[in-house]
Design a protein around this ligand. Sequence first.
Ligand code: KG4
Ligand code: ZN
Length: 345
Amino acid sequence: MYILAIETSCDESAAAIIQGKRGKVKILSNLVSSQINLHRQSGGVIPELAAREHVLNLLPIIDQALKKAKLKPSQLRALAVTKGPGLITSLLAGTETVRALSVAWQKPIIAVNHLSGHIYANFINHPKISFPLISLIVSGGHSSLVYLKKHNSYKIIGETRDDAAGEAYDKAAKMLGLGYPGGPIIAKLAEKFKQENKKTKLSFPRPMIHSTDLDFSFSGLKTALYYQLKKDKQWSKRKADYCFAYQQAINDVLISKSLRALKKYKVNSFLLAGGVSANLNLRKELNREIKKKNKNIKFFAPQLKYTTDNAAMIASASYFHYQQKKKQAFTPWQKLKAKPNLTLS
Ligand code: KG4
Ligand code: ZN
């Protein structure tokens, strides 16, 4: 079956077409129209501007996605769309477009939770991931540990109490004058520092690392950076050092909580997901630490192009959702509503 998916929960307008066949997802087209340059000027996403851009971008990228996949709308089995969580004005651009296309093309809609999309980015390359599993979703808006007994069965076992990991990166980059989004730039400078075999004398807190629950807190880390920068007159000459120490603090907490979750829940697989899963240092260290503790747990992370927001991951989630529920996976266009605070359930 062919599915066209649309993702507009934040600042990427994305459209993708997949072919789902015998439990496997094949990507036929995957277009992302990034608004990074627009939001770079303000150091973060301005919702009103993001929504306007989505409205302008969506139809052209949907058209391109169909052309690239060499398909006509009549060949699609369903339209998938992100229902939430995200910025309401951004989400509405996607859901309203899909409602209109559903009526025009007479196609059913599969509404997808953005976070399940991040998890299912892993299934694009690894359709045979075995359950039960734990997924660590780390993005600009979320840091969550989720337990899945089977497809589409979500139990949140840990969450951030304040800032998300990606937000911690973005805010730090702003303080260090490095631009937006912060994660990729900080990761690059941290790697440079490491390659030069330098040792850092900076120390950042590891918030909640010793608490017995599986929750996170990252806002204190950003405050710690703020006060260190205030004390250090030479900070602008040591940016790479700051990036290295800051990244290590975030990764230490993410790894420690993931290992704690794996102690508590017996699973076959661990899936890293979300924009922060593009962090190569996190991938390497988390994989190594999981292997050290339990060789039988398989570690997965999405291919880099499916880590940050894209529509292929939404299409993938919708396909596995349909596989499970068949026509019950469909939402009539009259009932489709964007939900900015949608939770995984
Ligand atoms: O999943 P995503 O594209 O959007 C949300 O759903 O929020 O994640 C974006 C986040 C941003 O905060 C960005 O700084 C972070 O992912 N990110 C990274 C890296 N690449 C993107 N964080 C750390 N290291 C990276 N290489
Ligand atoms: Zn995302």
